[in-house]
Design a protein around this ligand. Structure first.
Ligand code: EPZ
Length: 430
């Protein structure tokens, strides 16, 4: 729990980094297993603390989860295969102790209410990246006919006669709201239309998996998703799509450290906005069939102006990493964070490394500096933590990143992947 990561900056990166399956697709896919009595098999699942925690949470509801070991010829670069069997749901309550550890576990409300006609799920509470309400998720299940009560910090949803299709109009784009509406509507009676749906690639991945299970979903990836409810869903086998945020993170790492990296399995169309920004900074990005090649050889970084917004715009989950990179640009960059309020926990830590950043509400102004210097730092969410790793790759001397626990939630073997490309990085067990 108390591991730290030690980095000595100044080494260019060279080699290949295999991109893992996407965390933010894996979590809703695992939750979707609750919708069926039959087995859902997921391939290319990343080895992450959040995945293990969700296994425990689903186990509590009665899901049997088996993880297959490595087969001959496979290395840790291959994702794991998970088999999830929710033959019998033994508990429709998701307790505070578990939901407060991982917000996405609130999403179990959708399959539980759809299949069992009841769900009792703890409200998640605050988190490190600001206020994150669940009002729109509740609105979605309510529109589908569930009766909702808030009792002792829990959302209690009841639909004894099942859910019925409805029109759900989201006033704001929400990834979790769209996942929830899609899952619940799959087992509702009649047709549901989701307006202003999130278009993130992870939504498309989940819709594809649900369709393999027998759902009738069309339009995923656009603003309007139409779901014709079915009476039951069956088993399926699905491979998780590659992680676009991990891909963008390592692209920024090589942009920071210099050198040349091949991001194996990275898919350019999943992060075009971020790759365009990297091009503007002067980094060379070359998409190939098997992945993405990213190189910076000696050239200075040009400053950029970027606003985060829902897909296909620049993702909030790469905002901290881009900010780390821009601390070393030649000139002044501006980053506006429009998705989450207060997702700037990394700023004060980057400043500890010598960055010059000015914050005003949702706007950050970053004045590039000639050099960063290593220090002790820590962060309270995973993207902020990895931004400190990126900064450390270009900082003089030693940086210790504390609270590595946050990194392990969302990045598979980060120190291994970077060390194999020549970075001076190691884990110090706590
Ligand atoms: C998902 O969170 C991701 N999590 C986040 O990744 C990501 O940052 C976020 O989408 C935006 O892309 C997973 O997929 C597990 P939202 P989610 O609902 O679904 C507001 C990471 O680092 N809102 O799209 O919780 C909300 O406050 C994580 O991997 C409401 O107002 O995000 C925010 O301002 C962090 N009411 C905006 O909508 C609601 O009921 C978008 O949030 C729900 C959301």
């Amino acid at each position: 729990m108390m591991d730290r990561i030690r980095i000595v900056g100044g080494r260019p990166l060279k080699g290949t980094i295999p991109i893992s399956g996407a965390k933010n697709a894996t979590l809703p896919l695992m939750i979707a297993s609750l919708l069926s009595e039959e087995t859902l098999t997921l391939d290319n699942v990343p080895r992450l603390a959040d995945v293990s925690l969700l296994q425990r949470i689903l186990g509590n509801h009665g899901v049997d989860v088996t993880v297959s070991g490595k087969r001959a010829g496979e290395t840790a670069d291959h994702g794991q295969t998970l088999r999830l069997s929710a033959e019998r749901i033994v508990d429709t309550t998701a307790p505070y102790e578990l939901v407060s550890k991982m917000r996405a576990s609130f999403w179990v409300i959708a399959p539980l209410i759809a299949r069992m006609g009841e769900a009792r799920v703890s409200m998640p509470g605050g988190c490190a990246i600001g206020t994150r309400p669940v009002d729109l998720l509740i609105m979605a299940v309510e529109r589908l006919g569930a009766r909702i009560e808030i009792d002792g910090g829990y959302v209690v949803a009841k639909a004894p006669k099942g859910l019925r299709g409805a029109e759900i109009v989201f006033p704001k784009v929400t990834v979790g709201g769209t996942h929830t509406a899609m899952m619940a509507a799959s087992l509702a009676n009649g047709t549901t239309v989701i307006e202003n749906a999130a278009r993130e690639p992870e939504i498309v991945d989940v819709a594809e998996c649900l369709n393999k299970m027998g759902a009738r979903i069309s339009g995923a990836g656009t603003q309007q998703i139409v779901i014709e409810g079915v009476a039951r869903l069956g088993g399926a086998r699905h491979a998780v799509l590659p992680d676009r945020i991990e891909t963008g993170t390592y692209a920024m790492a090589v942009a920071m450290a210099g050198g040349e990296i091949f991001l194996q399995n990275g898919r350019p169309h999943l992060l075009q906005a971020a790759l365009d920004v990297l091009n503007q900074t002067g980094v060379t990005v070359s998409p190939t069939k098997e992945g993405i090649r990213v190189a910076r050889n000696g050239a200075e970084l040009a400053p950029v102006e970027v606003t985060t917004a829902p897909f296909p715009a620049f993702p909030t989950d790469l905002q901290a990493q881009l900010m780390a990179l821009m601390t070393r640009a030649r000139g002044t960059s501006r980053i506006v964070e429009t998705v989450f309020e207060n997702r700037f926990m990394h700023v004060q830590e980057l400043v500890r490394l010598g960055a010059r950043i000015h914050l005003e509400g949702e706007r950050a102004t970053i004045e590039g500096v000639e050099r960063l210097k290593g220090a002790q730092v820590m962060a309270t969410d995973l993207r902020a933590s990895v931004s400190l790793v990126i900064a450390a790759l270009a900082a003089e001397g030693e940086t210790i990143v504390n609270r590595v626990y946050h990194l392990d939630r969302g990045f598979e073997r980060v120190e291994d992947k970077l060390a194999r490309c020549g970075a001076a990085i190691e884990r110090l067990p706590g």
